[in-house]
Design a protein around this ligand. Structure first.
Ligand SMILES: Nc1ncnc2c1ncn2[C@@H]1O[C@H](COP(=O)(O)OP(=O)(O)OP(=O)(O)O)[C@@H](O)[C@H]1O
Ligand SMILES: [Mg+2]
Length: 465
Protein backbone atom coordinates (compact mmCIF):
# COMPACT_ATOMS: atom_id res chain seq x y z
CA UNK A 1 0.00 0.00 0.00
CA UNK A 2 1.56 3.30 -0.99
CA UNK A 3 1.68 5.98 1.64
CA UNK A 4 -1.01 7.97 -0.21
CA UNK A 5 -3.28 5.00 -0.47
CA UNK A 6 -3.66 4.28 3.22
CA UNK A 7 -6.38 5.64 5.38
CA UNK A 8 -5.83 3.89 8.72
CA UNK A 9 -2.79 1.96 9.85
CA UNK A 10 -2.98 0.12 13.15
CA UNK A 11 0.07 -1.74 14.42
CA UNK A 12 0.41 -3.86 17.54
CA UNK A 13 -2.29 -1.82 19.23
CA UNK A 14 -2.96 -2.75 22.84
CA UNK A 15 -4.85 -1.17 25.69
CA UNK A 16 -4.33 -2.20 29.26
CA UNK A 17 -6.64 -1.18 32.07
CA UNK A 18 -5.77 -1.40 35.72
CA UNK A 19 -8.56 -2.98 37.71
CA UNK A 20 -8.76 -2.10 41.37
CA UNK A 21 -10.76 -4.31 43.70
CA UNK A 22 -11.28 -1.43 46.19
CA UNK A 23 -10.93 2.35 45.90
CA UNK A 24 -8.25 2.30 48.59
CA UNK A 25 -6.07 0.14 46.33
CA UNK A 26 -6.03 2.93 43.77
CA UNK A 27 -4.76 5.29 46.46
CA UNK A 28 -2.10 2.81 47.54
CA UNK A 29 -1.00 2.43 43.92
CA UNK A 30 -0.59 6.19 43.64
CA UNK A 31 1.54 6.56 46.76
CA UNK A 32 3.27 3.38 47.79
CA UNK A 33 5.42 2.55 44.72
CA UNK A 34 7.32 5.79 45.28
CA UNK A 35 7.92 4.86 48.89
CA UNK A 36 8.96 1.36 47.87
CA UNK A 37 11.38 2.74 45.31
CA UNK A 38 12.86 5.09 47.89
CA UNK A 39 13.42 2.18 50.26
CA UNK A 40 14.62 -0.11 47.45
CA UNK A 41 11.85 -2.55 48.24
CA UNK A 42 10.55 -4.85 45.53
CA UNK A 43 7.70 -3.15 43.68
CA UNK A 44 4.21 -4.43 44.29
CA UNK A 45 1.05 -3.62 42.33
CA UNK A 46 -2.40 -3.12 43.90
CA UNK A 47 -4.30 -3.74 40.71
CA UNK A 48 -4.89 -6.57 38.34
CA UNK A 49 -4.25 -6.05 34.66
CA UNK A 50 -6.92 -6.27 32.00
CA UNK A 51 -6.07 -6.07 28.33
CA UNK A 52 -9.12 -4.64 26.58
CA UNK A 53 -7.22 -4.78 23.30
CA UNK A 54 -4.23 -6.97 22.59
CA UNK A 55 -1.75 -6.66 19.74
CA UNK A 56 -4.20 -5.67 17.02
CA UNK A 57 -2.82 -4.81 13.57
CA UNK A 58 -4.61 -4.01 10.33
CA UNK A 59 -4.65 -1.49 7.50
CA UNK A 60 -7.55 0.25 5.82
CA UNK A 61 -7.21 1.68 2.34
CA UNK A 62 -8.74 4.96 1.28
CA UNK A 63 -12.35 4.54 0.25
CA UNK A 64 -12.91 1.22 2.02
CA UNK A 65 -15.91 0.65 4.27
CA UNK A 66 -14.86 -1.64 7.08
CA UNK A 67 -17.19 -3.18 9.65
CA UNK A 68 -16.06 -4.25 13.09
CA UNK A 69 -18.03 -7.01 14.77
CA UNK A 70 -17.59 -8.82 18.06
CA UNK A 71 -19.41 -9.78 21.21
CA UNK A 72 -20.08 -7.25 23.97
CA UNK A 73 -16.88 -6.22 25.67
CA UNK A 74 -14.66 -7.51 22.86
CA UNK A 75 -12.82 -4.19 22.50
CA UNK A 76 -14.59 -2.57 19.54
CA UNK A 77 -15.21 0.79 21.18
CA UNK A 78 -11.75 0.76 22.72
CA UNK A 79 -10.26 0.31 19.26
CA UNK A 80 -12.37 3.08 17.71
CA UNK A 81 -11.51 5.47 20.53
CA UNK A 82 -7.80 4.93 19.96
CA UNK A 83 -8.22 5.44 16.22
CA UNK A 84 -10.00 8.72 16.93
CA UNK A 85 -7.37 9.77 19.44
CA UNK A 86 -9.71 10.03 22.43
CA UNK A 87 -7.93 7.16 24.20
CA UNK A 88 -4.17 6.62 24.46
CA UNK A 89 -2.79 3.22 23.52
CA UNK A 90 -0.73 1.33 26.08
CA UNK A 91 1.33 -0.20 23.27
CA UNK A 92 1.38 0.06 19.51
CA UNK A 93 0.58 2.82 17.06
CA UNK A 94 -2.30 4.24 15.06
CA UNK A 95 -1.90 6.46 12.03
CA UNK A 96 -4.84 8.09 10.27
CA UNK A 97 -4.63 9.91 6.98
CA UNK A 98 -6.90 12.95 6.85
CA UNK A 99 -9.75 14.42 8.84
CA UNK A 100 -11.55 11.97 11.12
CA UNK A 101 -15.15 12.59 12.10
CA UNK A 102 -16.51 10.25 14.70
CA UNK A 103 -19.63 9.26 16.49
CA UNK A 104 -18.47 7.23 19.44
CA UNK A 105 -20.36 5.30 22.09
CA UNK A 106 -19.84 7.87 24.77
CA UNK A 107 -21.17 10.75 22.73
CA UNK A 108 -19.64 13.40 20.59
CA UNK A 109 -17.85 15.19 23.35
CA UNK A 110 -20.48 17.93 23.47
CA UNK A 111 -20.37 20.18 26.49
CA UNK A 112 -23.67 19.53 28.30
CA UNK A 113 -23.96 23.09 29.58
CA UNK A 114 -23.69 24.66 26.12
CA UNK A 115 -26.55 24.87 23.67
CA UNK A 116 -26.71 22.69 20.57
CA UNK A 117 -25.77 25.69 18.46
CA UNK A 118 -22.68 26.44 20.56
CA UNK A 119 -21.65 22.80 20.54
CA UNK A 120 -22.00 22.58 16.77
CA UNK A 121 -19.71 25.58 16.45
CA UNK A 122 -17.11 24.21 18.87
CA UNK A 123 -17.13 20.76 17.27
CA UNK A 124 -16.86 22.27 13.81
CA UNK A 125 -13.84 24.30 14.86
CA UNK A 126 -12.30 21.21 16.46
CA UNK A 127 -12.78 19.37 13.19
CA UNK A 128 -10.77 22.13 11.58
CA UNK A 129 -13.52 24.04 9.79
CA UNK A 130 -13.11 27.78 9.41
CA UNK A 131 -15.80 30.15 10.74
CA UNK A 132 -16.88 30.70 7.16
CA UNK A 133 -17.13 27.00 6.34
CA UNK A 134 -19.09 26.55 9.53
CA UNK A 135 -21.53 29.27 8.61
CA UNK A 136 -22.07 27.71 5.20
CA UNK A 137 -22.81 24.29 6.68
CA UNK A 138 -24.82 25.30 9.70
CA UNK A 139 -28.19 25.06 8.00
CA UNK A 140 -27.40 21.67 6.56
CA UNK A 141 -26.48 20.46 10.04
CA UNK A 142 -29.68 21.84 11.57
CA UNK A 143 -31.71 20.40 8.75
CA UNK A 144 -30.25 16.97 9.13
CA UNK A 145 -30.55 16.84 12.91
CA UNK A 146 -34.28 17.69 12.87
CA UNK A 147 -34.24 18.88 16.46
CA UNK A 148 -35.96 22.19 15.80
CA UNK A 149 -35.88 24.77 18.54
CA UNK A 150 -33.90 22.52 20.82
CA UNK A 151 -30.82 23.76 18.99
CA UNK A 152 -30.85 26.74 21.37
CA UNK A 153 -31.30 24.64 24.51
CA UNK A 154 -28.40 23.27 26.58
CA UNK A 155 -27.42 19.83 25.34
CA UNK A 156 -28.02 18.39 28.82
CA UNK A 157 -31.75 18.76 28.18
CA UNK A 158 -31.62 16.56 25.06
CA UNK A 159 -32.92 13.03 24.83
CA UNK A 160 -30.28 10.51 23.81
CA UNK A 161 -31.86 10.33 20.35
CA UNK A 162 -31.64 14.10 19.88
CA UNK A 163 -28.06 14.10 21.05
CA UNK A 164 -27.07 11.43 18.54
CA UNK A 165 -28.95 13.17 15.74
CA UNK A 166 -27.03 16.36 16.30
CA UNK A 167 -23.71 14.59 16.72
CA UNK A 168 -24.31 12.62 13.54
CA UNK A 169 -25.35 15.73 11.66
CA UNK A 170 -22.07 17.40 12.61
CA UNK A 171 -19.92 14.36 11.83
CA UNK A 172 -21.28 13.95 8.32
CA UNK A 173 -21.20 17.61 7.43
CA UNK A 174 -17.54 18.29 8.08
CA UNK A 175 -16.38 16.50 4.87
CA UNK A 176 -14.52 13.79 6.72
CA UNK A 177 -11.81 11.70 5.06
CA UNK A 178 -12.55 9.01 7.63
CA UNK A 179 -15.95 8.55 9.24
CA UNK A 180 -15.97 6.43 12.40
CA UNK A 181 -19.31 5.23 13.75
CA UNK A 182 -19.88 3.17 16.87
CA UNK A 183 -23.35 1.58 16.73
CA UNK A 184 -24.58 5.05 16.04
CA UNK A 185 -27.31 4.09 13.69
CA UNK A 186 -29.21 2.00 16.18
CA UNK A 187 -30.57 5.23 17.59
CA UNK A 188 -33.46 7.04 15.98
CA UNK A 189 -36.49 5.81 14.12
CA UNK A 190 -36.26 3.86 10.90
CA UNK A 191 -36.83 6.91 8.77
CA UNK A 192 -33.93 8.72 10.39
CA UNK A 193 -31.75 5.63 10.12
CA UNK A 194 -32.57 5.44 6.44
CA UNK A 195 -31.50 9.05 6.03
CA UNK A 196 -28.22 8.33 7.82
CA UNK A 197 -27.48 5.36 5.59
CA UNK A 198 -28.22 7.42 2.50
CA UNK A 199 -25.80 10.09 3.71
CA UNK A 200 -23.14 7.48 4.49
CA UNK A 201 -23.53 6.22 0.92
CA UNK A 202 -22.84 9.72 -0.37
CA UNK A 203 -19.80 10.02 1.87
CA UNK A 204 -18.48 6.68 0.61
CA UNK A 205 -19.16 7.68 -2.97
CA UNK A 206 -17.05 10.78 -2.41
CA UNK A 207 -14.10 8.48 -1.68
CA UNK A 208 -14.05 8.71 2.11
CA UNK A 209 -13.26 5.77 4.36
CA UNK A 210 -15.94 4.51 6.73
CA UNK A 211 -15.20 2.41 9.79
CA UNK A 212 -18.13 1.26 11.80
CA UNK A 213 -19.12 -1.05 14.61
CA UNK A 214 -22.38 -2.85 14.27
CA UNK A 215 -24.12 -5.84 15.76
CA UNK A 216 -26.39 -6.02 12.73
CA UNK A 217 -24.97 -8.73 10.48
CA UNK A 218 -27.12 -7.66 7.53
CA UNK A 219 -25.86 -4.09 7.68
CA UNK A 220 -22.23 -5.20 7.75
CA UNK A 221 -22.72 -7.55 4.79
CA UNK A 222 -24.64 -4.94 2.87
CA UNK A 223 -22.41 -1.93 3.47
CA UNK A 224 -18.87 -3.15 3.95
CA UNK A 225 -16.06 -4.18 1.67
CA UNK A 226 -14.32 -5.83 4.56
CA UNK A 227 -14.91 -6.74 8.18
CA UNK A 228 -12.89 -7.46 11.31
CA UNK A 229 -13.87 -9.81 14.12
CA UNK A 230 -12.69 -8.85 17.57
CA UNK A 231 -12.98 -11.18 20.50
CA UNK A 232 -11.64 -10.62 24.00
CA UNK A 233 -9.44 -7.85 22.66
CA UNK A 234 -7.93 -9.96 19.91
CA UNK A 235 -8.39 -9.65 16.18
CA UNK A 236 -9.57 -13.19 15.43
CA UNK A 237 -10.06 -12.83 11.71
CA UNK A 238 -10.59 -10.31 8.94
CA UNK A 239 -11.80 -10.63 5.39
CA UNK A 240 -14.98 -10.50 3.38
CA UNK A 241 -17.98 -9.39 5.46
CA UNK A 242 -19.70 -12.70 4.85
CA UNK A 243 -16.70 -14.69 6.03
CA UNK A 244 -16.33 -12.58 9.14
CA UNK A 245 -20.02 -12.37 10.01
CA UNK A 246 -20.49 -16.13 9.72
CA UNK A 247 -17.65 -16.66 12.18
CA UNK A 248 -18.97 -13.98 14.48
CA UNK A 249 -22.36 -15.64 14.53
CA UNK A 250 -20.81 -19.02 15.15
CA UNK A 251 -19.08 -17.56 18.19
CA UNK A 252 -22.19 -15.73 19.32
CA UNK A 253 -24.52 -18.69 19.15
CA UNK A 254 -22.18 -21.40 20.33
CA UNK A 255 -22.50 -22.84 23.84
CA UNK A 256 -20.05 -21.35 26.34
CA UNK A 257 -18.02 -24.55 26.70
CA UNK A 258 -17.26 -24.50 22.96
CA UNK A 259 -16.10 -20.86 22.79
CA UNK A 260 -12.45 -21.67 23.32
CA UNK A 261 -12.20 -24.27 20.59
CA UNK A 262 -14.21 -22.15 18.14
CA UNK A 263 -11.96 -19.16 18.84
CA UNK A 264 -8.90 -21.24 18.14
CA UNK A 265 -10.37 -22.59 14.92
CA UNK A 266 -11.29 -19.12 13.71
CA UNK A 267 -7.84 -17.81 14.55
CA UNK A 268 -6.18 -20.69 12.76
CA UNK A 269 -8.43 -20.07 9.76
CA UNK A 270 -9.73 -23.63 9.90
CA UNK A 271 -13.36 -22.74 10.15
CA UNK A 272 -15.44 -24.18 7.34
CA UNK A 273 -18.87 -24.04 8.81
CA UNK A 274 -22.22 -24.65 7.27
CA UNK A 275 -22.73 -20.97 6.80
CA UNK A 276 -19.87 -20.78 4.37
CA UNK A 277 -20.58 -24.14 2.80
CA UNK A 278 -23.94 -22.66 1.92
CA UNK A 279 -22.42 -19.78 0.09
CA UNK A 280 -20.70 -21.89 -2.55
CA UNK A 281 -22.29 -23.13 -5.74
CA UNK A 282 -24.96 -25.75 -5.08
CA UNK A 283 -23.51 -29.24 -4.79
CA UNK A 284 -24.38 -31.64 -7.59
CA UNK A 285 -27.11 -34.01 -6.56
CA UNK A 286 -25.98 -37.60 -6.45
CA UNK A 287 -28.37 -40.05 -8.06
CA UNK A 288 -30.86 -41.31 -5.56
CA UNK A 289 -29.75 -38.83 -2.89
CA UNK A 290 -32.50 -37.51 -0.67
CA UNK A 291 -33.66 -34.11 -1.74
CA UNK A 292 -36.42 -31.84 -0.72
CA UNK A 293 -38.56 -32.47 -3.73
CA UNK A 294 -37.40 -29.44 -5.68
CA UNK A 295 -34.11 -31.03 -6.63
CA UNK A 296 -32.20 -29.13 -3.99
CA UNK A 297 -30.63 -30.81 -0.99
CA UNK A 298 -30.20 -29.41 2.48
CA UNK A 299 -26.40 -29.80 2.44
CA UNK A 300 -25.75 -26.42 3.91
CA UNK A 301 -28.40 -26.72 6.59
CA UNK A 302 -26.97 -27.35 10.01
CA UNK A 303 -27.72 -27.21 13.69
CA UNK A 304 -26.23 -24.60 16.01
CA UNK A 305 -26.80 -25.60 19.61
CA UNK A 306 -26.65 -22.07 20.90
CA UNK A 307 -29.25 -20.71 18.50
CA UNK A 308 -32.01 -20.47 21.05
CA UNK A 309 -34.44 -17.54 21.34
CA UNK A 310 -33.84 -15.30 24.31
CA UNK A 311 -37.42 -14.08 24.14
CA UNK A 312 -39.33 -17.32 24.65
CA UNK A 313 -42.56 -16.67 26.48
CA UNK A 314 -44.95 -19.38 27.52
CA UNK A 315 -48.52 -18.66 28.53
CA UNK A 316 -49.96 -20.66 31.46
CA UNK A 317 -51.04 -24.00 30.05
CA UNK A 318 -54.29 -25.68 30.96
CA UNK A 319 -54.84 -29.33 30.20
CA UNK A 320 -52.10 -29.74 27.59
CA UNK A 321 -48.49 -28.76 27.14
CA UNK A 322 -46.46 -28.18 24.05
CA UNK A 323 -42.88 -29.38 24.08
CA UNK A 324 -39.86 -29.76 21.84
CA UNK A 325 -40.63 -27.22 19.10
CA UNK A 326 -37.93 -27.67 16.44
CA UNK A 327 -37.20 -27.80 12.73
CA UNK A 328 -36.22 -30.87 10.71
CA UNK A 329 -35.17 -31.55 7.16
CA UNK A 330 -37.52 -33.85 5.28
CA UNK A 331 -35.12 -36.70 5.99
CA UNK A 332 -35.44 -36.10 9.71
CA UNK A 333 -32.26 -34.18 10.59
CA UNK A 334 -32.69 -31.43 13.20
CA UNK A 335 -31.55 -28.08 11.86
CA UNK A 336 -31.85 -24.39 12.63
CA UNK A 337 -29.58 -22.94 9.95
CA UNK A 338 -31.71 -23.19 6.82
CA UNK A 339 -31.12 -22.81 3.11
CA UNK A 340 -33.38 -20.63 1.04
CA UNK A 341 -35.81 -22.45 -1.26
CA UNK A 342 -35.59 -25.77 0.59
CA UNK A 343 -38.51 -27.38 2.40
CA UNK A 344 -38.43 -28.10 6.10
CA UNK A 345 -40.77 -29.34 8.79
CA UNK A 346 -41.58 -27.34 11.88
CA UNK A 347 -42.60 -29.92 14.47
CA UNK A 348 -43.67 -29.99 18.07
CA UNK A 349 -45.44 -32.36 20.43
CA UNK A 350 -48.39 -31.81 22.72
CA UNK A 351 -48.97 -33.85 25.86
CA UNK A 352 -52.59 -33.91 27.02
CA UNK A 353 -53.23 -34.00 30.75
CA UNK A 354 -56.99 -33.75 30.27
CA UNK A 355 -59.23 -35.06 27.52
CA UNK A 356 -60.01 -32.23 25.12
CA UNK A 357 -62.26 -31.94 22.09
CA UNK A 358 -62.03 -29.74 18.99
CA UNK A 359 -58.25 -29.77 19.13
CA UNK A 360 -56.49 -27.50 16.71
CA UNK A 361 -52.80 -26.60 16.53
CA UNK A 362 -51.12 -23.63 14.98
CA UNK A 363 -47.81 -22.02 14.13
CA UNK A 364 -46.54 -18.58 13.21
CA UNK A 365 -43.27 -17.29 11.78
CA UNK A 366 -42.10 -13.81 12.76
CA UNK A 367 -39.14 -11.56 12.06
CA UNK A 368 -36.74 -10.19 14.63
CA UNK A 369 -38.86 -7.07 14.90
CA UNK A 370 -41.97 -9.16 15.51
CA UNK A 371 -43.55 -8.80 12.08
CA UNK A 372 -45.87 -11.76 11.48
CA UNK A 373 -44.87 -13.33 8.16
CA UNK A 374 -46.77 -16.58 7.85
CA UNK A 375 -48.93 -18.85 9.91
CA UNK A 376 -50.94 -22.03 9.64
CA UNK A 377 -53.56 -23.94 11.61
CA UNK A 378 -54.30 -27.64 11.41
CA UNK A 379 -58.00 -27.00 10.64
CA UNK A 380 -60.62 -24.30 10.59
CA UNK A 381 -63.11 -23.82 13.36
CA UNK A 382 -66.30 -25.66 12.54
CA UNK A 383 -64.57 -28.48 10.73
CA UNK A 384 -64.67 -31.77 12.53
CA UNK A 385 -61.76 -31.63 14.88
CA UNK A 386 -60.26 -34.53 16.77
CA UNK A 387 -60.87 -35.34 20.40
CA UNK A 388 -57.73 -36.23 22.28
CA UNK A 389 -57.73 -38.47 25.34
CA UNK A 390 -55.96 -37.51 28.54
CA UNK A 391 -52.51 -39.08 28.65
CA UNK A 392 -52.02 -39.06 24.88
CA UNK A 393 -49.38 -37.25 22.96
CA UNK A 394 -49.89 -35.47 19.67
CA UNK A 395 -47.20 -34.94 17.08
CA UNK A 396 -47.78 -31.78 15.05
CA UNK A 397 -45.84 -31.19 11.82
CA UNK A 398 -45.96 -28.22 9.46
CA UNK A 399 -44.16 -28.63 6.16
CA UNK A 400 -42.99 -25.23 4.96
CA UNK A 401 -40.87 -23.87 2.13
CA UNK A 402 -38.05 -21.63 3.27
CA UNK A 403 -39.07 -18.62 1.21
CA UNK A 404 -37.23 -16.19 3.43
CA UNK A 405 -34.29 -13.96 2.71
CA UNK A 406 -31.21 -14.37 4.88
CA UNK A 407 -31.74 -13.41 8.49
CA UNK A 408 -33.20 -14.70 11.75
CA UNK A 409 -36.79 -15.81 12.26
CA UNK A 410 -38.83 -16.92 15.25
CA UNK A 411 -41.54 -19.54 15.61
CA UNK A 412 -44.65 -19.61 17.75
CA UNK A 413 -46.67 -22.70 18.61
CA UNK A 414 -50.19 -22.91 19.99
CA UNK A 415 -52.83 -25.52 20.70
CA UNK A 416 -56.51 -24.82 21.20
CA UNK A 417 -59.26 -27.14 22.37
CA UNK A 418 -62.47 -27.40 24.39
CA UNK A 419 -63.25 -29.05 27.67
CA UNK A 420 -66.87 -28.06 27.41
CA UNK A 421 -68.44 -25.34 25.32
CA UNK A 422 -65.61 -22.90 25.19
CA UNK A 423 -62.69 -23.23 22.81
CA UNK A 424 -59.56 -21.94 24.53
CA UNK A 425 -55.81 -21.98 24.22
CA UNK A 426 -54.54 -25.04 26.07
CA UNK A 427 -50.92 -24.01 25.63
CA UNK A 428 -49.09 -21.36 23.70
CA UNK A 429 -45.43 -20.53 23.13
CA UNK A 430 -44.20 -17.25 21.73
CA UNK A 431 -40.74 -17.47 20.13
CA UNK A 432 -40.48 -21.15 21.06
CA UNK A 433 -37.80 -21.79 18.43
CA UNK A 434 -35.74 -19.80 16.00
CA UNK A 435 -33.87 -20.35 12.77
CA UNK A 436 -31.53 -18.48 10.55
CA UNK A 437 -31.55 -18.47 6.81
CA UNK A 438 -28.13 -18.38 5.21
CA UNK A 439 -27.28 -16.05 2.40
CA UNK A 440 -26.72 -17.74 -0.93
CA UNK A 441 -24.91 -15.69 -3.53
CA UNK A 442 -26.85 -15.25 -6.70
CA UNK A 443 -30.20 -14.94 -4.98
CA UNK A 444 -31.83 -11.70 -6.01
CA UNK A 445 -34.45 -11.33 -3.32
CA UNK A 446 -34.41 -8.19 -1.25
CA UNK A 447 -36.03 -7.54 2.15
CA UNK A 448 -37.66 -10.43 3.99
CA UNK A 449 -39.40 -12.87 1.66
CA UNK A 450 -37.62 -14.70 -1.14
CA UNK A 451 -40.43 -15.69 -3.49
CA UNK A 452 -37.98 -16.58 -6.24
CA UNK A 453 -39.24 -13.69 -8.31
CA UNK A 454 -37.71 -13.84 -11.79
CA UNK A 455 -36.67 -10.42 -13.10
CA UNK A 456 -36.28 -9.63 -16.80
CA UNK A 457 -35.07 -6.42 -18.40
CA UNK A 458 -34.46 -5.41 -22.01
CA UNK A 459 -33.90 -2.24 -23.95
CA UNK A 460 -37.04 -1.45 -25.94
CA UNK A 461 -36.28 1.88 -27.63
CA UNK A 462 -33.07 0.85 -29.29
CA UNK A 463 -33.18 3.59 -31.92
CA UNK A 464 -33.63 6.33 -29.39
CA UNK A 465 -30.76 4.86 -27.37
N1 LIG B 1 -12.08 2.48 31.74
C1 LIG B 1 -12.08 1.15 31.77
N2 LIG B 1 -11.56 0.49 32.82
C2 LIG B 1 -11.55 -0.86 32.86
N3 LIG B 1 -12.05 -1.66 31.89
C3 LIG B 1 -12.59 -1.06 30.83
C4 LIG B 1 -12.65 0.38 30.70
N4 LIG B 1 -13.25 0.67 29.54
C5 LIG B 1 -13.56 -0.51 28.96
N5 LIG B 1 -13.16 -1.54 29.73
C6 LIG B 1 -13.30 -2.97 29.43
O1 LIG B 1 -12.69 -3.24 28.19
C7 LIG B 1 -13.38 -4.23 27.48
C8 LIG B 1 -13.68 -3.76 26.09
O2 LIG B 1 -14.65 -2.72 26.16
P1 LIG B 1 -15.29 -2.05 24.88
O3 LIG B 1 -16.17 -0.97 25.36
O4 LIG B 1 -14.20 -1.70 23.92
O5 LIG B 1 -16.14 -3.27 24.29
P2 LIG B 1 -17.13 -3.28 23.04
O6 LIG B 1 -16.64 -4.36 22.11
O7 LIG B 1 -17.28 -1.92 22.48
O8 LIG B 1 -18.48 -3.77 23.72
P3 LIG B 1 -20.03 -3.40 23.35
O9 LIG B 1 -20.41 -4.30 22.21
O10 LIG B 1 -20.75 -3.77 24.60
O11 LIG B 1 -20.10 -1.95 23.03
C9 LIG B 1 -14.63 -4.54 28.31
O12 LIG B 1 -14.40 -5.73 29.02
C10 LIG B 1 -14.75 -3.37 29.23
O13 LIG B 1 -15.30 -3.77 30.47
MG1 LIG C 1 -18.88 -0.66 22.34
Amino acid sequence: MSSDDFSIRVEGLSKRYEIYARPVDRLKQMILPRVQRGLHWPARAWFSEFWALHDVSFNVRKGETVGIVGRNGSGKSTLLQMICGTLTPTLGTVAVNGRVAALLELGAGFNPEFTGRENVRLSGLLYGLSEQELKARFDAILDFAEIGEFIDQPVKTYSSGMYVRLAFAVAINVSPDVLVLDEALSVGDEAFQRKCFARIDQIRASGATVLFVSHAAGTVIELCNRALLLDRGELLTEGSPKHVVSRYQKLLYSPVDKHESIREHIKAGKETDALEAGTGPPAPIAAGAADNGSGKRWDASSFEEGLIPKSTFRYDSSGASIFDPHIETLDGRRVNILQPQCEYVYAYRVRFEWTASNVRCGMLIRTVTGLELAGCITSWRGESLPDVEAGSELEVRFLFPCLFASGAYFLNAGVQGSFGEENVYLDRWIDGAMFKVIHEPGRLATTTMDLDIKPAIRVVNREAA
